[in-house]
Design a protein around this ligand. Structure first.
Ligand code: PMP
Length: 369
């Protein structure tokens, strides 16, 4: 018996709004084909690995000192990348970085949410939005997506006007359903919102849609665009998320960020990865081509597939989605049960991985739909 093991969470003086809640928990299983967390399936190139190793090695000589608290060099690189990618000129003052976009979202809720405040999201969407709201004691409000999982803008504007949340989350492309919303739709939502609108663009590099960074100057008190290096940049293990917003919003986040939150090693590794952006992002076209192939093959096998602008697709309709999820796993393919009845989500992988997934899918199509 290890010390303290006789009590459980229920015995602790936990905050009331956290009682009975579940932690984020995408299974991390060792199976041949892992297609469940929307990572980029292409491993880093030998050149990128060498550059990261050399940069981290040089940074290690400074490990006795705290890192640059403001991460200015990294933020400058991110601003240059995002300016080039979106066509909207951004300065270092417009950009803030943290350990994954989850930390970005948490800092935003620490600053603009909290006790007595509310955040509204359109479900189904990214499961961490409500969890981070709970963690920051921000009341979580749900509005719905349409039956086809698109976002009805008139309905969204109506919900925002009626419920007046301090924060609105819009995920575009939306995880786990896949489609994006246009900046015209977004403009109507931001217009109606009384507070901050967080546009979660974790999958933006996979989408044809223009980035919401175009709306920052029009709505400097409201629009925040959250981005990550975890998906298209193939840097999920490096943990680097960032945002673009007005300099005032970046200033506000200084009130809640922990000092030195980005280690000198993270900053050096992320800058090295950014130096190889062209080559890494070259892989995005291959992932999109594979997505189109997977969608076509799934449809041919009799599945319904939700339109996707991202590196994953939601598909169905399963008679019993959790049971089918288990059957994929029994066949060595880990995908995701996101809790949407009759549907499962698959991340687009390498050609061989997608083939393995499609083989199982064709088999299940005859028994599970
Ligand atoms: N936003 C969305 C919509 C996501 O799907 C994810 C990752 N699943 C994140 C944010 C967070 O990713 P990270 O913390 O790795 O940047």
């Amino acid at each position: 018996q290890i010390p303290g093991a006789r009590i459980t969470v229920d015995d602790l003086p936990l905050r009331d709004n956290l009682r009975g809640k579940s932690a984020y928990g995408a299974p991390q299983l060792k199976v041949p084909v892992v297609l469940n967390t929307n990572e980029n399936p292409h491993p880093p190139s030998p050149e990128l690995i060498a550059d990261v190793a050399e940069s981290v090695g040089a940074a290690a000589a400074e490990l006795h000192r705290y890192p640059d608290r403001d991460a200015v060099a990294l933020r400058s690189d991110l601003a240059a990348y995002l300016s080039a990618a979106t066509g909207t000129h951004l300065g270092v003052e417009n950009v803030w970085a943290a350990n994954g976009s989850n930390e970005i979202l948490q800092q935003l809720l620490q600053a603009f949410g909290g006790l007595g405040r509310a955040a509204l999201g359109f479900v189904p969407s990214y499961s961490m939005h409500p969890i981070i709201s709970d963690g920051t004691d921000t009341t979580w409000l749900e509005a719905k997506r349409s039956a086809d999982f698109s976002l009805d803008i008139d309905y969204a504007v109506g919900e925002i006007s009626a419920r007046r949340p301090d924060i609105v989350f819009v995920t575009s492309p939306n995880n786990p359903t896949g489609a994006s919303i246009s900046n015209d739709g977004l403009r109507a939502i931001v217009d109606a919102a009384p507070g901050i609108v967080i546009v979660d663009e974790a999958y933006a590099e996979f989408s044809e849609q223009r980035s919401a960074v175009e709306l920052i100057d029009e709505f400097p008190t409201k629009v925040v665009v959250s981005r990550t290096m975890s998906k298209a940049f193939a840097f999920a293990g490096g943990r680097l998320g960032y945002l673009a917003a007005s300099p005032a919003i970046v200033d506000a986040l200084q009130l809640v960020r922990l000092p030195y939150h980005l280690s000198v090693l993270t900053q050096a590794a992320a800058r090295a990865a950014l130096r190889h952006a062209d080559e890494t992002l070259g892989g995005v076209a291959k992932i999109i081509a594979e997505r189109k192939r997977v969608v076509a093959e799934l449809e041919k096998a009799g599945f319904d597939v939700v339109d996707s602008d991202a590196n994953f697709v939601l598909f169905g309709r399963f008679a019993d989605a959790p049971a089918s999820w288990q059957r994929y796993l029994d066949n060595g393919v880990l995908i995701r049960d996101v809790g949407i009845p009759a549907h499962l989500r698959v991340t687009i992988g390498l050609v061989d991985e997608n083939d393995a997934f499609l083989d199982v899918s064709r088999k299940l199509a005859t028994t599970d739909l």
